[in-house]
Design a protein around this ligand. Structure first.
Ligand code: THU
Length: 147
């Protein structure tokens, strides 16, 4: 799948977000090393701080479909919603908690997972590796080193 196709899936997934509180819709597409793809979107609830991010939603689906250890590439798209269209100029990079979850998958696979971050409008797409987004991360190796 091309970068554009993966970003397009993330953008479509954002349309299925449940984000009545923030009104910020995020979609995520996760591709496996074998080319399988799953998607997810953010899902909020009335207890604001307990909402689920799009990346966590998609990574949960990835674990069920092909395993976290097979995650190779991730696309994220986020923005406002206007007339059924995703809007906004800033690339939506994963929040800190989502970086931790992507870091976990990267440590399992040994792959420096690539993350494509799209703005709502789609005009800006940034490309980062998880090692760039999450340097000096705490992962499974730290726990197994615990004695
Ligand atoms: N959000 C995500 O889904 N992923 C991110 O990486 C950043 C933030 C969601 C959480 C919340 O539902 C909304 O965007 C506003 O923060």
């Amino acid at each position: 799948m091309t970068d554009d196709e993966l970003v397009a899936l993330a953008r479509t997934a954002a349309l299925r977000a449940y984000a009545p509180y923030s009104r910020f819709h995020v979609g995520c597409a996760v591709e496996s090393i074998d080319g399988e793809v799953v998607t997810g979107a953010n899902m909020e609830n009335a207890c604001y701080r307990l909402g689920l991010c799009a990346e966590q939603s998609a990574l949960t689906a990835a674990q069920h479909k092909f395993g976290l250890d097979k995650v190779a590439r991730i696309a994220v798209a986020g923005g406002g919603m206007d007339d059924g269209r995703l809007t906004g100029d800033l690339a939506c990079t994963p929040c800190g908690g989502c970086r931790q979850a992507i870091f976990e998958a990267a440590r399992l696979s040994g792959i420096d997972i690539e993350i494509l971050s799209s703005s709502g409008s789609g005009a800006a797409v940034e490309r980062n590796s998880v090692s760039a987004l999450m340097p000096h991360g705490f992962g499974p190796a730290n726990l197994s080193d615990g004695g």
